[in-house]
Design a protein around this ligand. Structure first.
Ligand code: SAM
Length: 287
């Protein structure tokens, strides 16, 4: 159901949103009109958006990888650039699963989404892949509640806690794809973020410490204990942080690769655990 723009004509809403600084005022007005159940509801939504609340928090959902992801107030809004992380993870998980014809006879790919926020990345991976066992973790109870809704249909498990700490120990050495879009904004840059992020998203979702890499370093350091031989860790980072991230990946015995998308302004560092040799020993890095 959607509210008729009357008694607030669409043009009035567009003008109000534009005056509040919404660059895509026409599109936003259309979405708000579709989402509102009554004219009073619409007026309240326009007021919240004009006051600076992120559109996704007003609507209650974000578009991500073609999915509608529920996003509760004070939960990080999944970014378009993170679709690149999903694309890279999907390709590696498909490689791990082998030829399509064999997919049904193989065990399900084990995927972990660390720092899952709304669960958007995990939900998109489940939607893109045939057979997945999904585990997601976040430290923020509001994010965990939201992620549980988004991955419920996929039978995914969502845990509350610090990075790997709440994961079942049985996953150690079994994870095929480990994705983390963890906070990576340097502390002193948090104040420079747009108000939508700075004011309406929790600090724990943004602040990555002095150089932005505090959480990512912990993700990378523990990853080799959780990855299956040949398994992949994928972390979103910035182009500037990529060399340091690669160094951490290498220092922890993973084979590094940097991939980026100019179009999405996205950088992902991949760390692959060396595969086992036929005698069961881990292959050394041959470089
Ligand atoms: C940048 S947001 C990304 C959320 C989600 N991955 C996405 O792409 O939409 C980072 C998330 O990491 C979570 N987080 C921060 N520190 C964490 C920690 N030590 N353990 C687990 N989650 C953490 C925050 O609560 C937040 O939801």
């Amino acid at each position: 159901m959607s509210a008729s723009p009357s008694p607030r004509p669409r043009s009035v809403i567009v003008t109000r949103l534009r005056a509040a600084g919404c660059v895509f005022a026409e599109d936003e007005a259309r979405l708000l009109i579709c989402a509102a159940r009554t004219p009073a509801d619409l007026a309240a939504m326009v007021d919240r958006r004009a006051a600076g609340l992120p559109l996704e928090h007003v609507l209650g959902w974000a578009q991500f990888c073609g999915l509608r992801i529920a996003v509760d107030p004070a939960v990080f809004v999944p970014r378009r650039r993170t679709e690149f992380l999903v694309g890279q993870a999907t390709a590696l998980a498909r490689q791990a699963a082998g030829p399509a014809g064999q997919a049904r006879t193989r065990p399900r790919a084990v995927v972990v989404d660390l720092s899952c926020g709304s669960g958007a990345v995990g939900a998109a991976l489940v939607a893109a892949l045939d057979r997945v066992e999904l585990y997601a973790v976040d430290i923020d109870p509001a994010a965990v509640r939201c992620a549980r809704r988004n991955v419920a249909a996929a039978d995914g498990q969502v845990y509350e806690g610090d990075l790997y700490e709440p994961l079942p120990a049985t996953l150690r050495g079994r994870v095929d794809v480990l994705v983390a879009n963890a906070p990576y904004v340097p502390t002193e840059a948090v104040g420079l973020l747009p108000p939508e992020a700075r004011i309406h998203e929790p600090r724990v979702a943004l602040d990555g410490g002095t150089d932005g890499l505090d959480v990512l370093r912990r993700v990378i350091t523990a990853a080799p204990r959780w990855l299956a031989p040949g398994g992949h860790l994928l972390v979103e980072t910035s182009g500037r942080q990529a060399p340091q991230t690669v160094e951490t990946v290498t220092r922890n015995g993973l084979i590094p690769q940097v991939v980026s998308s100019e179009e999405l302004n996205a950088t992902v560092v991949i760390g692959t655990r060396p595969a086992l040799q036929s005698d069961g020993a881990a292959c050394d890095l041959q470089r």
